[in-house]
Ligand binder design. Sequence first.
Ligand code: ATP
Length: 270
Amino acid sequence: SKAKLFDEKNDIKVSFKDVAGLEGAKEEIQEIVEFLKNPEKYTSLGGKIPKGALLVGPPGTGKTLLAKAVAGEAKVPFFSLSGSDFVEMFVGVGASRVRDLFKQAKEKSPAIIFIDEIDAVGRARGKNNFSGSNDERENTLNQLLTEMDGFGTNSNVIVLAATNRADVLDKALLRAGRFDRQIYVDLPDVRERKEIFEVHLKPLKKQEGLDTEFLAKQTPGFSGADIANVCNEAALIAARNNKTAVDKQDFLDAVDRIVGGLEKKNKIVT
Ligand code: ATP
């Protein structure tokens, strides 16, 4: 069977209220929702709607979630793919895949294209050029640049891309008319972690009066993804112990377990 080229979702349910914290990022990206919903209003005085924005920040901080929320709020299709999928691709496949993606998105416009891990294709050209596969990566990157330049001003397809390494990106990607806007998505502070806990506690059967501020204080350095993980793990720990509700101790045990995992991952020796 033919390999899937990219993912297309037409009925995204994610909205801004699913994204906790990140007030600044949400405010900036809200503008893109407005562009998608009401393009004529913005182009009426001769202005051009931006073609792309780069979401920059550490892993698990909600970049993908935020991109989905844009599609959910604007009620437009969400086309997604990951830059890392292009690695080890046969000659010519990466570029044709990009061409195909933009063609489909334009047919269904207004639409969002989301490229996760754009640094995998978007690394500066002509560096580390030891292996043949890099040529293919460059072909793919060149095709992406061509597609972004080729959109008419009225195509109403907006490309969001995520990276945790904006510094390694080819400068051509950041030029005006391409990813000329950068939106920072940082690790949550204590107040934001409390809000993220509140989102992820909602579906759980939990002890009455659970102190989310306490949980937020126990989790410095945790990303939103880590917190979602803690909540899920706590529910499993409580169930294993035959409890009828998840309590504070289950959360503390879950935090310990996640911290253990993070230490292994980062090879921190304590
Ligand atoms: P990566 O760089 O690893 O792709 P990311 O920044 O795209 O990470 P997401 O995939 O959006 O992160 O986050 C993973 C999951 O973590 C989300 O689906 C959600 O459950 C949770 N999460 C992350 N950030 C938030 C947030 N700000 N509010 C609520 N949930 C969050």
